[in-house]
Design a protein around this ligand. Sequence first.
Ligand code: DAT
Ligand code: MG
Length: 169
Amino acid sequence: MAVERLLILIKPDGVKKSLTGNILTKLSEAKLTIIGAKAVKVSRELAAEHYKQLSDKPFFNELIDYIQGKMYGAPYDRVFAFVYQGEDAIARMRRIAGATNPEEADPVSIRGAYGRITTKGVYENVVHCSSDTSEAEREIKLWFSPEELTEEIYPTKIIDTTIKKKVWA
Ligand code: DAT
Ligand code: MG
């Protein structure tokens, strides 16, 4: 079995329900290594790029509002993003996360235990979990820059830029 990486997001419903600790404890059963971690206020652009394969779905706009935490407002309008690495990481994490539809998910999985379907039909399923290695690579590169990860998992290059950058005053 190969070493894999994947993106995990604790979505705004998980943040609002104060489930971060419970979710990380449950995920630690997979015995993987965290190689990146941060809190993110999700822009509309990032949300749409993350879910671009679903852009033709009737629930797309609600999905974008949901991952941005629009309905929760500050201080819950954020996600916690993690990159995990280890043997067979994707299948192991998806098993712990549970099925996409929280009503169909194993009741002891994260989504089965903590997810719900809203009256608008949005699956509030608490976590995002990459579903295969190519999706994982796309998502990790979208959410993290090389210097935010402790390991160099994909090739990098050095470029000259004149971009203005915010630093501590
Ligand atoms: P997963 O998150 O399990 O990889 P996905 O990639 O197919 O599932 O969909 C992404 C998210 O979109 C999912 O976590 C919840 C939402 N979603 C998917 N199918 C849905 C549906 N039929 N109704 C409402 N929301 C849905
Ligand atoms: Mg998916």
